[in-house]
Design a protein around this ligand. Structure first.
Ligand SMILES: [Zn+2]
Length: 278
């Protein structure tokens, strides 16, 4: 919205001013993307230079003058470290200019069958609902909040068996969909689900695809989410602590069986949860 106002202002002013304002805007945006968060603590997970992984490097070891990715800094002086997400679909060149090589990783195909008509022939009413929920989700990702005490490793959110790992290429009824950017833990309905770290409940909702769903905001721009629950035991805007019971495993939303779909986000990029949990 703010950007739109800037552009509108830009195009209602005299030409010279327009040009100047344009360069100012470019300068402003460039610098905006380079301002890092700063963390007092520096106990982040080990580096994993792969899609869905994390950068954890001494700042002086990379070409940091060209840093234009989302990142945070921790430590002081020569020990200052850069911590940054490596999104699943990121352009490797963004990292190469910094002197960082992202490894290739091949992900397996996964075929699932959804028989529930509701998910195969989506009604107009549900389309409206899906769009509303999408906006609500995006809004809560962008929301500012205050959270403390993020320590790694994160807790494993529930007891069960990994049924689908991060990154697999998803085919639903033989049609390729978005890759699977979470971790599926198969468990019986009613198995306890715990908050993986201290944080604030940003969303506690019943969504079309995700079913009963919780999104937690943690410190340092980390978030975690929990889908397909049978029961939610927390409310939006509630503070939770690491290990707190927040819900029960279920099969709500679009699923083939009872499991927890768990996601870890850093700067709102979905990363491989297995790199962050115990
Ligand atoms: Zn899943």
């Amino acid at each position: 919205m703010l950007l739109l106002q800037k552009f509108q202002k830009l195009y209602s002013t005299p030409k010279l001013l327009k040009v100047k304002s344009f360069y100012f805007l470019v300068f402003f945006l460039y610098n905006c993307s380079s301002i890092p968060l700063f963390s007092d603590k520096c106990d982040f997970p080990n580096q994993a230079l792969e899609p869905g992984g994390i950068i954890n490097l001494i700042k002086n070891d990379i070409n940091h003058n060209l840093l234009n990715i989302d990142y945070l800094e921790c430590g002081i002086g020569n020990n200052t470290r850069i911590i940054a997400p490596i999104p699943y679909n990121s352009d490797k060149r963004l990292f190469e200019v910094l002197g960082i090589q992202i490894e290739e990783k091949s992900f397996r195909n996964s075929y699932i069958k959804i028989t529930d008509k509701k998910f195969n022939q989506i009604s107009k009413v549900d389309l409206v609902r899906i769009e509303k929920e999408r906006k609500k989700y995006i809004d809560s990702l962008e929301r500012e909040y205050y959270a403390t005490n993020l320590d790694f490793p994160l807790l494993t959110p529930t007891k069960g068996i990994t049924s689908s790992e991060y990154g697999v290429k998803r085919f639903i009824n033989n049609v390729q969909r978005n890759p699977h950017l979470g971790l599926d833990i198969a468990a019986d309905i009613g198995t306890p689900v715990y908050a993986v770290a201290d944080g604030l409940i940003l969303l506690s909702e019943n969504f079309f695809y995700r079913g009963k769903f919780i999104l937690i905001g943690h410190d340092n721009n980390f978030k975690s989410s929990y889908s397909h629950l049978s029961k939610i035991l927390v409310k939006a805007n509630e503070q939770v602590t690491k290990g707190q019971l927040i819900g029960l495993v279920g099969k709500s939303g679009r699923v083939t069986g009872s499991h927890l779909h768990f996601e870890v986000l850093f700067f709102n990029k979905k990363l491989n949860p297995e790199l962050f949990i115990q």
